[in-house]
Structures are given as C-alpha cells and as structure tokens.
Design a protein around this ligand. Sequence first.
Ligand SMILES: [Zn+2]
Length: 263
Amino acid sequence: MIGYIVHRSHNNQELQCMDNVPTNMKRVNSFQRFMNRRAAANGRYQPTCYEHAANCYTHALLIVPAFIGMALLYRLSDDGWERVTAWVYGTGLCALFLVSTVFHIVTWKKSHMREIEHCFHMCDRVVIYFFIAASYTPWLNLRELGPLAAHMRWFVWLMAAAGTIYVFNYHERYKLVELAFYLTMGFFPALVVTSMNNTDGLQELAWGGLIYCLGVFFFKCDGVIPFAHAIWHVFVALAAAVHYYAIWKYLYRSPAADVIRDV
Ligand SMILES: [Zn+2]
C-alpha cells in the first residue's frame, strides 16, 4: 500500500516525523517517507515536517546574504540613481527570502491559524511578482534603452501590480494561469533587455532564467519527488545568485557601466 494519511491535524504532524506510522501503512520506498501524497487538483499539498523544515531553511539561510548583497551594491553606487536602483533591487531580493521564510514557518508551525496562513501564502505569491520586477530594474535603470524600450521601466511594476490584484482575487484558483503569469512576467521584459546595445551580462541573465525554468519543474512536483519544493527554493537561490553576480559585475563594479543620468 503506497499512501497514508495526508490531512493530519497540527498535533499528530510530529508522529510522521518520528516514523510512527504503522508498518503496513508506510510507503514501499523508505525514501518516500519524506514525502506525502500528491494533492488533489486545486488542493494544496501537505508537506511532511522534514519537507517543512527544508522549505524554511533553504530560504532562511539566504536572508542575511541578501542584505549584505544589497549593502554592497549600495556602497558601490556612484550616484543617486544607482543608489535608488540598488535599494529597489536589494529590497526585492531580501523581501523574497524573508517573506518566503516567514510563510513557510507559519505553514509549518501555525497551520491551524488558517486566516494568517492564507494571508502569508498570498504575500509569498505577491512577492514573486515584485521580485521579478526588482530583478529587471538594474538592467532597465542603468543601461541605455531606446525610447520605446524605456517604458519597460514602469511597465514591469504595472505587471507586478496586476499580478498582485490577480492573487487577491483568484489566489490558488487557477494554478496554471498563475504559473503562466509568472512566466510571462519573467520573460516579457527580457525582450527589451536583450535588445540593448550593450550585451555584457546577458549570458548570465539567460543562465539565471534557465535555472528558474528548470526549477519550475520541481515546483510542480510536490508529492512526486521528495523535497520538491525545497529543491525549487534551491533553484531560485542559484538563479538569483547568478543574476546578482551579473548585476554586481556589469552594472556596479565595472567602471565602464553605461549609466544613464537623464531620467
Ligand atoms: Zn516556497
């Protein structure tokens, strides 16, 4: 018999971590005891407490590096525009890991507080839209763009706001639509960025984008691959690190950065 209890109360959640499930109810593969059954369509997957812990730690460990990264870019800034850009990008980076960590802690430890958990789940989804906008901001703000392409500077934030409105109205209702929105927002501004005259750093940007896309595979594998969500977190962290490296190297560290000051 493959499956066992999926919807457990908060109190008996610990039982499974202690491997206290009757032998005939355990999964055949011992590795699979780290994972629960796949959720029903439009239902939410219930992680095991091993998975809960992994979900928390994989993003919690990145909060401090994200703040240090923001401070470093701020210090490397040569003018006010670079400082504002460092602050916006850094805030998006820190907010992503901070909100994700708090959400996963609440889901793990306070899942009985439904309203609060629901609220943090929405924040976790909303922050992704703002993180994508923030990730493009250094490229859009600090590289020279054509008159039409320059509109992307505000349009990414409009898309983030639209995504937020969507989350507040249709949270968890149409999961594939939500995924399509994230992918659209992730790739649409790239059309502008890749059309810039200065192509330094685009290779790293593309690598980061590819890592995010590979991670989406795991994002969709809860209940199929143990620790799928934590693996998704690791892909997010790797992609964010690659993008940070490119921003640091080509837009802040490089004295040849073609900073625009006419905005
Ligand atoms: Zn997560």
